[in-house]
Ligand binder design. Structure first.
Ligand code: IMP
Ligand code: MG
Length: 178
């Protein structure tokens, strides 16, 4: 049976440092500009909240925060057929869009959403993921900001779930056979 491992893979402090580092890079690239943040629910909700505040601390103006719900995982298997269950409230045309997700796995979800948003002609579109499992990638896509690359492990906590559970853990750990 899969259970959370006892030792965190990333502690609260380590996550804080990663988020701060990513925010600093984004702030550097968007000096003076304002950003609309678009998060992918549900996994991105914790990272979005911390990243939005970290960006504000670095002086980036967040003009709007909104979310897209895309169908995704069941258990630990990626579903390759991505569907939009909830779309944005406003138009993104001519705006700076920062698309935020928790973890990049096969890349199918983010690629689909990125392409969809590109058709709406934002002035600038960049993706930001807290974690990345590059060895799992099935598609080619640009992700401008990555917090940390990890090995092929199924991780939970800090928004990441296993069958909807464990999202509220303040640290990140992996599911292991016990
Ligand atoms: P992709 O389309 O295969 O890149 O799937 C990305 C989505 O799958 C992420 O937004 C997560 O919601 C979920 N996911 C991928 N890997 C993990 C993991 O290790 N733990 C929890 N969720 C994951
Ligand atoms: Mg997700």
């Amino acid at each position: 049976m899969l259970q959370p491992a006892e030792n965190p893979l990333l502690s609260e402090t380590q996550i804080e440092e990663i988020v701060d580092r990513v925010a600093a890079r984004i702030a550097e690239d968007y000096r003076g500009a304002s950003i609309m943040m678009v998060g992918l629910l549900t996994g991105a909700f914790v990272f979005m909240a911390d990243l939005a505040r970290a960006l504000s601390r670095y002086g980036v103006r967040i003009e709007e925060v909104d979310f897209i719900i895309a169908s995704s995982y069941e258990g630990t298997e990626s579903s390759r057929n991505v569907q939009i269950l909830r779309d944005l409230r406003t138009d993104v045309q001519g705006r700076n869009i920062l698309l935020v997700d928790d973890i990049l796995d096969t890349g199918n979800t983010l690629l689909k959403i990125r392409r969809l948003l590109e058709t709406r002609e934002p002035s600038r579109l960049a993706c930001c993921c807290l974690l990345d499992k590059p060895s799992r990638r099935e598609v080619e896509l640009d992700v401008e900001y990555i917090g940390l690359e990890i090995e092929d492990r199924f991780v939970i906590g800090y928004g990441l779930d296993y069958n909807q559970d464990y999202r509220a853990l303040p640290y990140i750990t992996e599911m292991v056979e016990k």
